[in-house]
Design a protein around this ligand. Structure first.
Ligand code: NAP
Length: 209
């Protein structure tokens, strides 16, 4: 596919660009000082920031291009409406790591039997939004409005624990992302499935598995 990668010099972007090219895609990197010109490309991928992502995605949709969004902390509903109006796909995964999606599934299963839960999400200090998109998505899957604790420290990448407390027992479901390489297969899967998705917003790798 012919792709735009917004945020190609970021921590995720630096890893993702070469991985997309190795998978046979053609990648046009777009940084904060570049004009967004994506008309005619097959899709745009955004891994930028909560401040920049919304405008970036809107511009790409206005230029008629499907979007795969990794940036978290965005108000996606209006962008989803715009995508639907234009007959375009807007796909967002709060977490592109497959293990994290499984962690959320297993947590949802456990919540049916152990409803008292709390979530601890731990990320690198550079992550601006808190709680993380994954923590919010997990909380809504549990349906019990569990408290979320956010940790931001150097050395961390992306980690989450869901703790279930019961009389005399504790169940912990934990996922660790040690390298941003973990996000690559999820982005490749989203690109592969783009033609099968309906116009408008689709959220979560779960929808593709
Ligand atoms: P990062 O290292 O800060 O990288 C962001 C990049 O975006 C930087 O190179 C930045 O350039 C660039 N940028 C800023 N404004 C831009 C604009 N208007 N147009 C194009 N590029 C722009 O952050 P990161 O760790 O790669 O993460 C990026 C985003 O993805 C964050 O929101 C993070 O939470 C999210 N994320 C999501 C997942 C997931 O699985 N969904 C996984 C990891 C991260 P400058 O540095 O020059 O400003």
């Amino acid at each position: 596919m012919r792709l735009a990668l917004l945020g190609h010099r970021g921590k995720v972007g630096q890893m993702l660009g070469p991985a997309l090219e190795a998978a046979g895609h053609e990648v046009r990197g777009i940084g904060p000082d570049d004009e967004i010109e994506v008309g005619g490309l097959d899709a745009a991928i955004d891994f930028t920031s909560p401040e920049a992502g919304e405008g970036n995605v809107r511009t790409c949709l206005e230029q008629g291009v499907h979007c795969v969004v990794g940036t978290t902390g965005l108000d996606l509903a209006p962008l989803g409406s715009l995508a639907e109006e234009r007959g375009l796909v807007l796909f967002h995964a709060p977490n592109f790591a497959l293990g994290a999606v499984l962690m959320m599934r297993f947590a949802a299963e456990a919540a049916a039997y152990m409803p008292r839960a709390e979530i601890i999400e731990l990320h690198n200090e550079a992550k601006r939004d808190a709680p993380s998109g994954t923590a919010k998505a997990t909380a809504s899957l549990l349906g019990t409005e569990p408290p979320i604790h956010s940790v931001r420290l150097p050395g961390l990448v992306a980690h989450q624990e869901v703790l279930f407390g019961g009389e005399g027992q504790l169940l912990t479901i934990r996922h660790d992302t040690f390298s941003r390489q973990a996000f690559v297969p999820g982005v490749l899967l989203a690109l592969e499935k783009l033609p099968t998705l309906p116009p408008g917003l689709t959220v979560g790798l779960d929808a593709l598995l």
